[in-house]
Design a protein around this ligand. Structure first.
Ligand code: NAG
Ligand code: NAG
Ligand code: NAG
Ligand code: NAG
Length: 416
């Protein structure tokens, strides 16, 4: 059976107006459509539908809300070839397949970009951790069809300082800069952020000089921050990067030249702030808060709030208005209500925080506390079959972008 519907939840979703939809990926081999419903002040998360068409190890979801297309990466853990599948999304949660393509294995993150002179299609890039590869595709976003374009494969002469994890290059993230002209790929194995210029006429990625991260730090995911538009100021751009192997956050001021981009470090510190990172913890994800003034970071396997209760770290990066860089300051750790938060996404109205609790094999949803700019109390959770690496809100076409988790199709300009 490829698609399972959960009839009770479907009825609920049809009847209650205050319903929001989410998609979650599970290493159990499933992509789920979930509904968050609320009635009389209490929330419930339920399964709407489940598809096994993404493959054995769905690792990342990229939702194109405007075109109702969900792209799922199959990491294919333990086999040499992975795949990318596009699904049409529907109100009832069903996920019919549009297209599937076989690729090198180890797919872990993707992001969309475009080229100014190419009008009839867009592009996306995929980081392949296990196979030291980056691939690119041209995509017809309206229809959800895509074709392979480029493959870059990397090697290293000798292992990095953390020989077990840095035996080879391991591209882990894909981030498009706010001008839409560059793609950044943090490489955990090589301690580099690989940088590509997007050719404006063809959309092809052209490698330029990478920037070098602290040896042994293992750069994993990153996010750009730009101030909320304010008049009469030249917009500044910052880039924030989490390093999985050192549990650190680094901040970089970004400068542009006509055809280049450069980075100068403004911050480097623990993702646990003034607390000590427990042995075995591994930072995973970073986004900018909807208020555009905080960085939201997931620590995994740290058990800060008790056994199997990990932490979300909040740093401030701007003044309260979200307009001006204000240095980087650790604020506090907040409970994740489960083990190993890998992906997360903020969405809804009022905003809510959805967490992929990988090792708890759950999706949880908490309040987003706008006043604190931090996660609030747990509203609902649902158990899924298998470890859960990714979750994304679907609030329908033209819903505000949360700039989160990289699952969003839009360039992740903070709070845009
Ligand atoms: C709604 O919640 C209130 C307060 O918890 C409770 O007294 C009431 O019985 C609930 N109503 C329904 C229809 O469940
Ligand atoms: C399948 O995996 C092999 C080994 O990594 C690779 O050489 C080949 O290109 C992959 N096939 C596709 C279609 O990407
Ligand atoms: C760390 O900082 C937080 C927030 O400023 C504070 O509440 C906490 O007491 C500090 N903890 C330690 C161990 O210093
Ligand atoms: C996690 O810690 C928070 C804060 O102490 C607590 O409210 C919550 O019940 C804990 N959750 C789990 C799943 O342990």
């Amino acid at each position: 059976m490829k698609t399972t519907f959960f009839a009770f939840a479907a009825i609920l979703f049809g009847e209650l107006s205050s319903a929001s939809k989410l998609y979650a990926a599970s290493y159990g081999g499933s992509v789920y459509s979930l509904a968050l419903t609320s009635s009389n002040g209490s929330h419930q998360l339920s399964k709407l539908a489940e598809s096994t068409e993404c493959g054995d190890s769905p690792s990342w979801l990229m939702l194109d809300r405007d075109n109702s297309v969900l792209y799922c990466l199959n990491e294919a853990i333990g086999s040499s070839n992975g795949s990318i599948t596009s699904f049409k999304t529907h109100q009832d949660g069903s996920l019919p397949v549009i297209e599937r393509l076989v690729t090198p294995g180890g797919l872990v993150m993707s992001a969309m970009y475009s080229a100014p002179a190419v009008r009839d299609h867009d592009f996306f890039a995929v980081a392949h951790y296990e196979t030291s590869t980056i691939t690119t595709y041209s995509v017809d976003r309206a229809r959800g069809h895509f074709q392979h374009l480029q493959t870059f494969t990397y090697t290293m002469c000798s292992p990095g300082p953390n020989a077990a994890r840095q035996d080879a290059p391991h591209p882990h993230g894909v981030i498009v800069d706010p001008t839409g002209r560059f793609v950044l790929i943090p490489d955990l194995g090589a301690d580099l952020v690989r940088i590509f210029h997007i050719h404006p006429e063809t959309g092809h990625l052209e490698p330029i000089e990478p920037f070098v991260a602290t040896p042994g730090s293992g750069p994993r995911h990153g996010i750009f921050w730009t101030p909320k538009a304010s008049e009469n100021t030249t917009p500044e751009v910052y880039f924030y990067l989490v390093h999985e192997l050192s549990n650190t956050l680094s901040g970089w001021r970004v400068s542009y030249t006509d055809d280049g981009i450069s980075f100068s470090r403004v911050f480097e510190g623990s993702t646990f702030g003034n607390y000590t990172a427990p042995a075995g913890s591994k930072v995973a994800e970073i986004i900018v808060s909807p208020e555009n003034n905080h960085l939201v970071i997931s620590n995994r396997l740290d058990n800060t709030f008790g056994p199997n209760n990990d932490s979300i770290a909040i740093f401030s990066c701007a003044d309260k208005s979200g307009r001006f860089f204000n240095g980087v300051h650790f604020l506090d750790l907040f409970p994740a209500y489960g083990s190993s938060v890998r992906g997360f996404d903020i969405g809804g109205s009022p905003e809510m925080f959805a967490l992929a609790l990988e090792k708890s094999q759950k999706v949880g949803v908490t309040q987003w506390n706008k006043r604190l700019g931090a996660p609030g109390k747990l509203l609902a959770e649902v158990e899924l079959n298998g470890d859960v690496p990714a979750v994304v809100w679907d609030l329908g076409p033209n819903s505000p972008s949360s700039g989160s988790g990289g699952s969003d199709i839009n360039v992740d300009v903070c709070g845009s």
